[in-house]
Design a protein around this ligand. Structure first.
Ligand code: ADP
Ligand code: MG
Length: 707
């Protein structure tokens, strides 16, 4: 028998066919259960009345409630453009209420000289307070109504839905739904044991559900939120940890017990610098995995310029010393070529053969790579996505390194995994440090290594923000630096949707810079995604050899390019970049001994988030801090760009940026539960099984098996 929760919302009083259809289409709510599982994202204290005089910019995006008197009404315009405005006052000031829709209907219901309670979002325009489409209720009615709770939940909505269902009406619907559930005697059965609830001081589920919609106090609301977050994260952890255990049981990692000739010769004779403590530690961690008998799945986080490549190279030498091949996959042609050049140089005299394979490899290079790895003559293959092709067949692949992981999708990684009968060890390197909580969710069963130390002698990069109006000052600064023999990057944003405009910006910029920095004194080169790979490489190579003073580029240079003499990074329209991308770009400079600079150029009008990002960039060089901030500003779904947003768990209430404590508690609980009932088959674990299965259905399925 279907319970109340499975009943369709259209039977709920006040909904009906049309609204039900909208609810389903706009926010995926079909049943009463769906409705109750959408929690408010914000609460308004409805016992609080504001005065008009109190309203300032800081209240602009929030809801306020005013008690005021109507002193004027006017109906302006006709037809589609008609609007209705009402002039209201209270002892502290005057405000204007406006309706663009339903003006006629409202006009009839509002009387001059009467007092109303007005609820809505204020805007301030030319010093005047105005509210568009507020809710208006006669004071007597509003103040005498008995309310379930003084905190009115605000539920997320869409443009269309909000036209059919107001904030207040949504609240009423949820209330009706709750009443129905309560009166049916159907409770929310509690998935947690009394013991677990007691240990973590959690309120019962039913109480939490009630208080999340109708908080009886600020304190109860907090407890309700904690309880619901706990359930959600416990479900996530039960999924992740079960997966981890089953992978460990499968076992079967290649063994690399020898530290042999290639590694030792390199370490003793050829290493160009001493490793940092962090690099040494990470190499040890990797080596421990490689002799553990388990397959390694390790995420290596290290800020830009922290020297991850050296770690990758040396661990690939370990594979070589044990008779295994390895490959390293880079996200761009430029970066793959750079790795190849560096590694080929470092591998000289080590009896180690290196080959490269990219999408634009010519026949000869391609043949050498394919034949070399198939016969086993090549030890290390460097490349791009081309490595994923089916015809890339290794004789004995034992180790895979993926550089700058956020550019690769999940399925792509799955392919590398299958290039040997037994899965190779995997090291995923990223310069976008992921906050611990997010890493635990995205890569629940990945071990994590961190390089938290930059090579010695680096001077922290100085970052400044300039408005476009100060462009000439910026040019003056560039001249000074070029005079000293330094090189400069100027980067333009490139966003798929506005690619045409972006290229126009780049070319306009190029022209203007060519005028201000004329030949022969200044040499400028351009590099962007639309150029042929060979032309791109030629431009980069020219810059790298010091034959150009300025490199104008789109964000293709974002990843990995290494030109120690370049000491200035100018980022145009910096407000359009995400924080992690800005940080990546900045990491292109500061690689030599000179003081380096990053200059963020922006238009005068900045959004709140845009400003916050630029300020964050100017205030810190710490990639981890920026990454946490980014997560807060953008939300977890976005942090890896759209490519991976589907991989993360969709969370209803828990927040990956701020709930790490609950995340860790639930992980320990999940491990304890699974150790006695790995598949949650026992009757007393039925509730936990429900929590887990909520997440099983999601996209997650293969993720941790792969990375
Ligand atoms: P990333 O972690 O961003 O990939 P790279 O591996 O490209 O960083 O290293 C950045 C630069 O630092 C390179 O020029 C590299 O040769 C240099 N480097 C790496 N490790 C050290 C070290 N221990 N001492 C000095 N320089 C180093
Ligand atoms: Mg790198």
């Amino acid at each position: 028998m279907a319970g109340v929760l499975d009943r369709e919302v259209k039977y709920l009083s006040g909904v009906g066919e049309a609204r039900a259809r909208l609810l389903e289409r706009e926010v995926g709510v079909r049943t009463i259960g769906d409705l109750l599982l959408r929690f408010p994202y914000r609460y308004i204290d409805r016992s609080r009345l504001f005065t008009i005089g109190e309203i300032d910019e800081s209240l602009e995006s929030t809801y306020v409630q005013l008690r005021c008197r109507v002193v004027g009404k006017s109906y302006i315009g006709e037809g589609a453009k008609a609007r209705f405005t009402v002039e209201v006052t209270d002892p502290t000031g005057a405000a204007e209420l406006t309706w663009f829709r339903g003006a006629k209907w409202i006009e009839k219901r509002i009387e001059l000289n009467r007092e109303y309670v007005v609820f809505g979002r204020p805007q301030i325009f030319k010093g005047r307070v105005s509210l568009v489409h507020p809710e208006v209720e006669a004071v007597e009615v509003a103040l005498s109504r008995k309310v379930e709770s003084n905190f009115q939940g605000i539920y997320s909505t869409t443009e269309r839905l909000s036209q059919a269902i107001s904030v207040k009406m949504m609240h009423t619907l949820v209330h009706n739904a709750w009443q129905l559930v309560a009166s049916s005697g159907e409770a929310f059965p509690d998935p947690l044991s009394d013991d677990m609830r007691r240990r973590h001081a959690l309120m019962p589920l039913r109480e939490a559900m009630y208080n999340i919609h109708f908080p009886q106090s600020a304190e109860r609301l907090k407890q309700a939120q904690s309880r619901l977050k706990f359930d959600e994260l416990l479900g996530v952890q039960l999924t992740i940890q079960a997966r981890r255990t089953s992978r460990h049981k499968r076992g079967g990692g290649f063994l690399f017990p020898r530290v042999g000739e290639a590694f030792n010769t390199f370490y003793r004779e050829k290493m160009p610098f001493a490793l940092t403590g962090a690099q040494q530690r990470v190499i040890k961690e990797i080596r421990a995995d490689m002799i553990s008998g388990r397959q390694m799945n390790r995420l290596l986080q290290g800020d830009v310029g922290s020297g991850k490549t050296m770690v990758a190279f040396m661990s690939m030498l370990l594979a070589r010393d044990n008779g295994f091949q390895s490959c390293i996959m880079a996200p761009t042609e430029i970066l793959a070529r750079q790795h190849y050049a560096n590694m080929a140089r470092m591998a000289e005299g080590l009896g180690t053969r290196i080959a490269i394979l990219t999408g634009s490899s010519k026949a000869k290079e391609r043949r050498a790579a394919l034949e070399g790895i198939a016969s086993g003559e090549v030890d290390i293959l460097v490349g791009t996505h081309a490595l994923l092709e089916d015809r890339v067949q290794f004789a004995n692949l034992g180790y895979v390194v993926i550089d700058e992981q956020h550019r690769f999708g999940v399925e792509q990684r799955a392919k590398l995994w299958t290039k040997n009968q037994q899965p190779p060890h995997i090291l995923v390197m990223t310069a976008t440090p992921i906050p611990r909580t997010l890493a635990m969710t995205l890569y629940g069963d990945l071990e994590v290594s961190v390089i938290d130390e930059l090579p010695p002698g680096r001077k922290p990069i100085r970052t400044y923000h300039y408005y476009d109006a100060s462009r000439l000052r910026m040019f003056g600064f560039l001249r000074q630096e070029i005079e000293k023999g330094r090189q400069v990057y100027i980067v333009y944003p490139l966003i798929k949707e506005s690619e045409k405009m972006d290229y126009k910006d780049l070319y306009d910029g190029f022209e203007s810079i060519s005028r201000d920095f004329p030949l022969p004194k200044y040499r400028i080169t351009v590099c962007h995604g639309k150029m042929k790979p060979e032309d791109k490489d030629a431009a980069m190579a020219q810059f790298k050899r010091g034959e150009a003073d300025i490199l104008i580029a789109t964000s293709v240079i974002e990843v990995g390019v290494d030109v120690p003499n370049a000491s200035v990074m100018v980022i145009e329209s910096a407000e359009r970049f995400g924080l992690s991308q800005l940080h990546q770009l900045r990491g292109r400079v500061g690689r030599g001994a000179e003081q380096s600079y990053c200059i963020l150029m922006s238009g005068d009008k900045l959004s709140k988030d845009g400003r916050a990002r630029l300020e964050a960039m100017c205030s810190t060089n710490d990639g981890f801090r920026l990454s946490e901030l980014d997560l807060k500003l953008r939300g977890a779904g976005d942090i890896h760009g759209t490519q991976q947003s589907g991989d993360a768990f969709e969370l209803n209430i828990a927040n990956l940026a701020t709930d790490s404590q609950i995340m860790e508690i639930t992980r320990d609980e999940a491990l304890a539960i699974l150790s006695s009932d790995a598949t949650l088959e026992r009757a007393e674990n039925a509730g936990l099984r429900r929590l887990r299965d909520k997440h099983r259905k999601r996209n997650y399925v293969d993720f941790s098996d792969i990375s």
